[in-house]
Design a protein around this ligand. Structure first.
Ligand code: TYM
Length: 356
């Protein structure tokens, strides 16, 4: 994403302390506890969280305050929050080395978000496609929180002065807004380089996993059809059934990448296969070129069950041990607050808030 004209092409003073420790920077990322954690969340984000943990200082957050921008049953939210933390752990994130925590346990996120509400412009927020999609036609009835959502997301990142953010493709616009907020804050308060201009880390063969029922629509937690997604807690039978039923077209498997691109359902399944197998998509296209979908789907099922089965099983095990998950979340929040507290104090000073 950064190019020669981007502000991040200049030497980044925020990286120096990490480089001195042999690290590339500091990561913050978040996942909403809104149920139905799926293959898109895993391949686009959570799997990468684990892969980045030896190169960066990492903070991974379950964003419960973002979740309530649309109605959440208070009786379910706690369990859903634990489930996301369990998914981080099951995917291989080391809870002792990194901070795994819930957003509401670190009040500095909300405190910085208010300041960012005053930095971000209404015109910027009006361009956010996620708000338009989520609010739908009845925009008047959407919560104010849903509208302000991206300013809170910027605060999640910048309260730690995070330099890098691993996410799926769909979060790109929110990260561009985070960069705009950082740049405007630094300019408005004459505090050059106070906040870093954060780099998104969007990588892998499946940065945008599509619905199994419609290759032109993103795989999503809120799709009413459970057949549209593979959930991380699905067992082998459910995975097999969903892949068998996944939409395809009447032709044999694509012969080339250009052919695949014109056939979104096939392209999506090929991307999923490549990501799960950790292979280049072109190589997978060559392997299955001209074969029947039934043969490919059998191979995909075997691969998905082998890769996702152990993660689902570990999540189930962890969800039966809420005491352990809570202890990881508590320690994570404590660690996160030691980073966020001094940064918020600096922000308050910069803004001119009196500390009587
Ligand atoms: P959320 O909870 O919708 O999704 C969590 C992560 O999963 C990625 N993702 C996908 N990747 C590939 N294909 C898909 N179909 C797919 N669906 C979801 C998302 O890109 C995300 O990385 N706004 C964020 C949560 C958030 C956040 C943050 C992220 C709040 N604060 C700060 C990073 C940094 C969201 O709604 O993600």
């Amino acid at each position: 994403m950064p190019d020669a004209n981007s502000p991040s092409a200049a030497p980044n003073p925020h990286l120096a302390p990490y480089q001195a420790r042999g690290l590339k920077g500091r990561i913050l990322s978040g996942v909403q506890p809104t149920g139905n954690l799926h293959l898109g969340n895993y391949l686009g984000a959570i799997r990468n969280f684990a892969r980045l943990q030896s190169d960066y200082e990492c903070l991974y957050c379950v964003v419960d305050m973002h979740a309530i921008t649309v109605w959440q049953d208070p009786k379910e939210l706690g369990a859903q929050t634990r489930e996301i933390a369990a998914a981080f752990l099951a995917a291989g994130v080391d809870g002792a080395k990194n901070a795994i925590f819930s957003q509401s346990a670190v009040p500095e996120h909300a405190q910085l978000a208010w300041i960012f509400n005053c930095v971000a412009r209404v015109g910027w927020m009006n361009r956010m496609t996620q708000f338009k999609e989520k609010a739908g036609k009845d925009r008047e009835n959407a919560s104010l929180g849903l509208y302000a959502y991206p300013a809170l997301m910027a605060a999640d990142i910048l309260i730690y002065k995070a330099t890098h953010v691993p996410v799926g493709e769909d979060q790109k616009q929110h990260l561009e807004l985070t960069r705009d907020i950082a740049i405007k804050f630094n300019n408005d308060y004459n505090a050059p380089d106070f906040f870093p201009v954060t780099e998104p880390l969007i990588f892998g063969a499946a940065t945008r996993v599509m619905s199994l029922r419609d290759g032109t629509k993103k795989m999503s937690k809120s799709d009413p059809s459970d057949y549209s997604r593979i959930n991380l807690t699905d067992d082998a039978d459910a995975i097999a059934q969903k892949i068998r039923r996944a939409k395809t077209d009447p032709h044999p498997m694509p012969e080339t990448a250009a052919d695949a691109e014109k056939r979104p359902d096939a392209d999506n399944l090929l991307g999923i296969y490549a990501a799960l197998a950790d292979r280049a998509k072109d190589e997978v296209i060559r392997e299955f070129a001209g074969k029947q979908f039934s043969e490919f789907k059998a191979a995909l099922t075997e691969l998905a069950v082998a890769k996702l089965g152990p993660i689902g099983a570990e999540m189930q095990r962890l969800m039966k041990d809420p005491g352990h998950v809570d202890s990881v979340l508590r320690a994570g929040a404590e660690k996160a607050r030691t980073v966020a507290g001094p940064i918020l104090a600096d922000v308050y000073k910069t803004v001119g808030f009196l500390k009587p």
